[in-house]
Design a protein around this ligand. Structure first.
Ligand code: TGC
Ligand code: FAD
Length: 396
């Protein structure tokens, strides 16, 4: 069995800016990943299966709702600790982090922020341990970057709501016990509803054929006249801003996660460059290899500091959606570039499952698309600095 030798790059001594608790949480997550996940991840990736037996352990390391208060079963950690856990998970595999960030930011977060006290008590403690799993349905077959045009809808039938429509590309859907679903009421206003597995007319077929994020389970959500009890509506917020605020939390975790993938690729490339000899010298002695490594560590270091800064601001309640959007876009982009360069440093060996760069690279092709594509995030920054939204154009 191959050993996991990962140690994280820290060129500008960022660890000195972390609290003891943050480092403890990160180190516990890293030790668990090395012991429980690294040895089995390739097999699950190759077979395109999610390692269900890891759910309990993910709950134990605090990966499900890290910032959810203890009164609802969460560990009550700060935002930087949340980010560090996501970093450790995605350092191993983006699919693992996906499962945790959907559960935390897209299922627990909306229930915590917009749910009733009864909903919080009913769902959050079980979601925190992984005894109950959730998914988040926003994207539809014809509405991805533009979720405001969704057609999934519900009607008030007096004693219940009647839900119809379909969601696509939903992480965790095939095994989720509950789905936080965004749908329009009769006036066209968007609301969140908790739909439970077993409700008549609700199905979650798995999507197959993914060449990316293979160790994550993705499916559809189909609603045919599903009777949803009225107490399952999240009453705290409506409108497109409600699901988008959940995306802020998930995108923040993804920014840390993608950075983890980049750090893993760099760590392996650096080690390999010292071990692999060609022309009688380690390939790390060649200037072109050093250029690659120097550029990688520079980009990682810059990303570490912008990400930490947004973490500090988020802890203070001052991080804006646009700030989070910027670090999501930047970190995924640098991670993709670093994965490609690290793969090149490994020559032919880089395309095998002996090393993780190729898996990271394929995974990151999903990460650069979900939670807002790279280009949508460019437009979010563009709008923030100019004040002019450029998402829509006159219809051709
Ligand atoms: P727009 O008119 O700009 O905004 C509508 C309302 O929402 C407010 N708002 C936000 N509120 C909170 N957080 C944010 N990030 C917000 N962004 C906007 C806005 O102020 C407005 O409020 P109000 O009160 O004025 O109504 O909306 P738009 O229709 O023009 O769209 C804007 C755009 C394109 C940026 C947005 O729709 C978008 O972000 N599109 C990308 C879609 C996306 O990211 N989907 C992700 C689906 S979930 C997923 O991918 C999970 S992957 C999980 C995993 O496996 O890890
Ligand atoms: P489209 O919106 O059709 O975009 C296609 C291309 O057009 C992109 O390059 C895009 O940048 C570009 N484009 C679109 N609009 C504009 C514009 N205004 N200006 C410039 N360019 C534009 N969704 C969920 O709700 N829940 C989940 O759990 C979830 N998990 C996912 C898991 C995976 C593996 C994947 C791949 C996706 C997941 N998604 C999920 C969906 C994801 O959020 C969408 O794929 C994403 O928002 C993009 O939508 P789309 O795929 O429909 O692409």
């Amino acid at each position: 069995m191959k050993s996991d030798l990962y140690s994280h790059p820290d060129y500008l001594l960022m660890d000195e800016l972390l609290t003891d608790e943050q480092k403890l949480v990160r180190d516990a997550a890293r030790a668990w990943v090395k012991k429980e996940v690294s040895p089995i991840i390739d097999e699950h990736y190759e077979k395109a299966t999610f390692p269900m037996h890891l759910l309990k352990g993910l709950g134990e390391i605090g990966a499900f709702g890290p910032y959810i208060p203890e009164e609802y079963g969460g560990p009550g950690l700060d935002q930087i600790s949340y980010g560090l856990i996501m970093q450790e998970l995605e350092r191993c595999d983006s699919g693992l982090r996906s499962t945790a960030s959907v559960q935390s930011s897209l299922v627990m977060y909306p229930i915590w922020k917009y749910g009733t006290e009864e909903q919080k008590q009913k769902y959050l403690p079980k979601l925190a341990t992984g005894e109950m799993m959730g998914c988040f349905g926003l994207t539809e077959p014809d509405h991805g970057s533009d979720p405001g045009s969704m057609i999934t809808n519900f009607k008030d039938m007096g004693d219940h709501y009647l839900l119809n429509g379909a969601k696509m590309w939903i992480s965790n859907a095939p095994f989720a016990d509950i789905a936080v679903v965004w749908a329009k009421d009769e006036t066209g206003r968007i609301h969140g509803l908790v739909v439970e597995r077993g409700m008549e007319g609700f199905s979650t077929p798995e999507m197959h054929g993914k060449l990316s994020l293979r160790a994550s389970s993705t499916g559809e959500l189909i609603f045919v006249n599903v009777k949803v009890p009225k107490e399952n509506l999240l009453p705290g917020r409506s409108g497109l801003g409600a699901p988008l605020s959940c995306l802020d939390s998930a995108r923040f975790g993804i920014a840390w996660g993608a950075l983890g993938a980049a750090m893993d690729c760099y760590d392996q490339a650096l080690r390999y460059s010292k071990e692999r000899t060609q022309f009688g010298v380690p390939i790390g002695a060649f200037q072109l290899t050093q250029k690659k490594l120097a550029e990688m560590i520079t980009e990682i270091t810059k990303a570490q500091f912008i990400t930490l800064r947004v973490g500090e601001l988020r802890n203070e309640g001052r991080a804006t959606s646009s700030m989070i959007s910027m670090i999501k876009r930047n970190n995924v982009e640098i991670a993709l570039n670093i994965a490609r360069e690290a793969r090149q440093i490994h020559g032919g060996m880089g395309i095998t499952s002996e090393y993780s760069m190729m898996r990271h690279m394929a995974n990151l092709e999903s990460v650069v698309t979900y939670e807002g594509t790279h280009d949508i995030h460019l437009l979010i920054t563009g709008m923030d600095v100019t004040g002019i939204p450029a998402f829509t154009r006159e219809k051709p």
